[in-house]
Write a protein that binds this ligand. Sequence first.
Ligand code: PMP
Length: 285
Amino acid sequence: MKTGDTVVYLDGSFVPQGEAAVSPLDRGFMFADGVYEVIRSYRGSLFERAAHFERLKRSLREIRIDQDAAGGLEEILPELLERNGLAGSEALIYVQITRGAAPRTHQFPAAKTAPTVYALAIPFDPPLEQRDRGIPVILVPDTRWSRCDIKSISLLPNILARQMADDVGAGEAVFIRDGVVTEGSTSTLCAVFSGTVVTHPESNVVLPGITKRVVFDLCSRTGIPVAERSFREEELPRAAEMMLLSTSREIMPIVSVDGMKVGDGTPGALTRKLQAAFSEVIRSV
Ligand code: PMP
């Protein structure tokens, strides 16, 4: 299928991407007043589907958009894969729900305003080489708001941080808030201290990562100790290994932080072990 043939889902219809149109009054366009999800599909099967829908509904609830806006998507997404010839391969699904189109006022629009529901499925080429070699990261101040637990489409601080990383050839920017390491601009951050995989606890300053949940389950099953506790930037030089976790990058080894090697500057043994275990999980979905 050619890229030009992509079919998207928008407000109840499947339409060619080039014909999909959203009003300039849409509150997603005006205010970034909406939420989103990114879901992987492996051979047509939506990975951690229930967890993604649960998080989407939670995001909707937190910003007071009716959760019913996500109704039907669980059936629509497989059809979207099918219509794009992606039912048998690897794909990335993007879902966005905004508060709909209405005259611009900061307060919510009239109750009858229908949310805008959009979904896109694209072929996914996993970053295999990076996953094998690992990536450098940089540390940046966490300038985001204090509800990072909501998967909001308002991503300007994340965009600026990720571009700063890109500008210096790094693969991710890791946020530091009041000296504490929170997460990556698009990922959960884990560090290995004395054999324990540590990440920031779920709170208002991080997104509750679904990949993290899968990886921590794997750790529990294979006897690798885990801890959800916050840790400070000063502790990073003591980390034997570091990795970032996300739906699109899965388990990505981090080999340097601001130019300083992590461990010996190559992906660590524990990271490798988890990558292998994760691949097994994927093979069986
Ligand atoms: N934190 C942020 C800020 C993210 O954008 C992402 C990617 N969605 C994650 C963490 C990881 O979440 P998940 O494993 O559910 O993709």
